[in-house]
Structures are given as C-alpha cells and as structure tokens.
Design a binder for this molecule. Structure first.
Ligand code: BMA
Length: 318
C-alpha cells in the first residue's frame, strides 16, 4: 500500500502550461478552466476562453496524447446563446460527464446572467454540435457536475449555491427524474470556518469519479487573505449507492498554487481543475486545471494513491 507524501501525490507536467492564449487560432485574452474527456483515441478539452470584453465562451481542443499538438476549433465551439438572457455575460467553467444510458455527454456550465452566475446544462455526442437543456439552478449557483449514472432511479448533480445572508458557500447535492427538474436538495460538504484552508467558500472541481471505494471528489477551498484569494484543492469520498453520505474528507489540501503559472496571472494564486480523465489500464488520472485564470495546465496522479490517501482521512462528524 503506497503512502505518498503531499509532494508526491500529484505530478505536474514539467512543460506546463500546456495551453495559453498564444496558442489560440483567433484573438483571445486568456484560456483556462477546461472540461476534459476522452473520446475514442483523442483527449477533448472544452476550454473556457475569455475575450477582450471579459466575456467567456467555450472552444474545443483535441489531442492524441492529451498533452501536445492540440487542434483547436478555429472559432468558438459553444458561444453564449444570444436568445438566452441567462448567458448574456458568457458561459464558463464546463464539467463534462458521459451518461451511458443517454449515450451523450452532459455539460454542466456556469451561465453568467445579469442576475448572477447560474447552472445550465447542454448535451453533445461529438463536441461538434451542441444543444441546450437550459438553466437548471437560479443565481447564485455554479461549480456543478452531473453523475454518470442514476442513483436509485434519479439523476444526481453536485453544485454550489450561494444565498445572501448565508454563513458560507457550501457544496450541495440535488436529484432529478428527467435532468430538467431538480429537487431533494441536500448540503453535502460544508465550508469550514476560521483558519481552515477551506473556510467559508468551497466548490466542486472535477466531476465525481466512480471508484470501487465510492465517488471520489476533488473540490476547491477558497482562503481569503489580505493579498487576495487562494484556491487550493482537497479530496472527499461519497458512498457509492447513497452519495449523500460523505465517507471521508481530507483535512489538508492536496494541491495548491506553487508554480509561477499558478501564482501569477489575471487572478493570482489559483489552481482550478474542471476535468479529469482516468486511464483505467494504467490507473493514472490526468487532471486539467486553470492556472491563475491565465492558462491550462496538466497534473497526473495514480488513482490508487488518491484512494489510499483519502481512505486514511477522517470520516466527517455525523
Ligand atoms: C471562481 C470561478 C472560476 C475562477 C475562480 C478564480 O469563482 O469564477 O472561474 O477561476 O473564481 O478567479
């Protein structure tokens, strides 16, 4: 059984960042926070691109090895729908889930409406054409992802609502019979308080990953400091058949801004993964993350190391 130290849990790709605005085939301010998935022999990233108005859209980048030789769509692949007031200020931070029973990818993304950010869903079979399922959570809500299969007979979604006057932003779990109507809302993980790295504001990073031990979650904690926010990552494990049950949660962060491309950019001190891809043959997970809201970077980890780590973490208080 491996007992990896913090420094050994994740390995950054030495030539990070793997994508930045310089690589873009059309004018872009920054590229970051990409959803990720494997489609046949190719890695597909759905990259958040911010234009020089400050509005974001999503563009597909494809690569055979998931690291180099990206083929980037020559124009925005998924742009805000001019007919949807919900996305008038852009579409951001997509999380991709293959839903086998529907034979399609479901994209959970942040629609930036003048009333605040909210959760919308779209679907695609090929990342060439997309259709919208529409807004599913009103503002303020973001950091959402769908589970790959029904729990019981319902779809399940993780998301992060923020309500005025609440004592923090927490991660929630909701259910739906049809992917459109969502209810049975539960708080899944509370932001901690005080000095903790994940005090006051947390959110899901990558979609839940099904493992024999449970649903593995990677989430971000936001530490407010006098110099700004620090976005760091922790792990949690949910019961496979009843994901409302949190089995484990890391006390310490497992990944944090350390490299120059994570520490310095449009927003300093941010690592923000929206996608991870498990290669079942090698047991390696590739984590694609935004660095400082200014680039896309890659880190890898062994799934067995992450599971060994989280198994040793405490069960949260009942
Ligand atoms: C969050 C999201 C992310 C962003 C992060 C740091 O609230 O909006 O898109 O990367 O802040 O700026």
């Amino acid at each position: 059984m491996s007992d990896k130290r913090y420094e050994e849990l994740f390995q950054r790709y030495p030539e990070n960042p793997i994508l930045s605005a310089r690589d873009w085939p059309y004018p872009a301010h920054t590229v970051f926070n990409a959803g990720a998935c494997q489609v046949g022999e190719e890695t597909v990233l759905l990259v958040r691109v911010e234009d020089r108005r400050g509005h974001s859209h999503l563009t597909v980048a494809r690569s055979r090895d998931g690291i180099t030789n990206w083929r980037i769509d020559p124009q925005p692949s998924f742009a805000p729908d001019p007919g949807s007031p919900e996305e008038i200020w852009g579409v951001e931070d997509p999380r991709l889930t293959w839903v086998e029973e529907r034979d399609e990818w479901i994209i959970a993304y942040t629609a930036y409406s003048p009333s605040g950010p909210m959760v919308s869903l779209a679907r695609t079979k090929d990342f060439a054409s997309f259709s919208r399922l529409g807004p599913v959570m009103p503002p303020e809500d973001k950091d959402a992802a769908i589970f790959p299969r029904r729990i019981g007979n319902r779809y399940a979604m993780i998301h992060r609502p923020v309500s005025a006057g609440s004592s923090g932003a927490h991660i929630w779990l909701s259910f739906s019979p049809d992917m459109t109507h969502w209810g049975d809302h539960h708080v899944l993980l509370h932001a901690r308080r005080g000095a903790w790295w994940d005090a006051n504001k947390i959110g899901l990073s990558t979609p839940p990953l099904e493992t024999a031990d449970g649903w593995l979650l990677l989430y971000h904690g936001v530490r407010m400091t006098a110099a700004g926010c620090l976005y760091r990552l922790g792990l949690a494990l949910l019961d496979l058949e009843d994901p409302r049950r949190v089995l484990r949660r890391s006390d310490e962060w497992v990944f944090a801004p350390e490299m120059p491309y994570e520490r310095q950019g449009d927003v300093n001190g941010v690592v923000f993964p929206c996608g991870w891809i498990l290669d079942r043959a090698s047991g390696t997970v590739r984590i694609y993350y935004g660095g400082a809201d200014s680039c896309v970077a890659l880190a890898t980890a062994k799934l067995s190391d992450l599971l060994d780590y989280i198994r040793k973490c405490p069960a949260p208080p009942a």
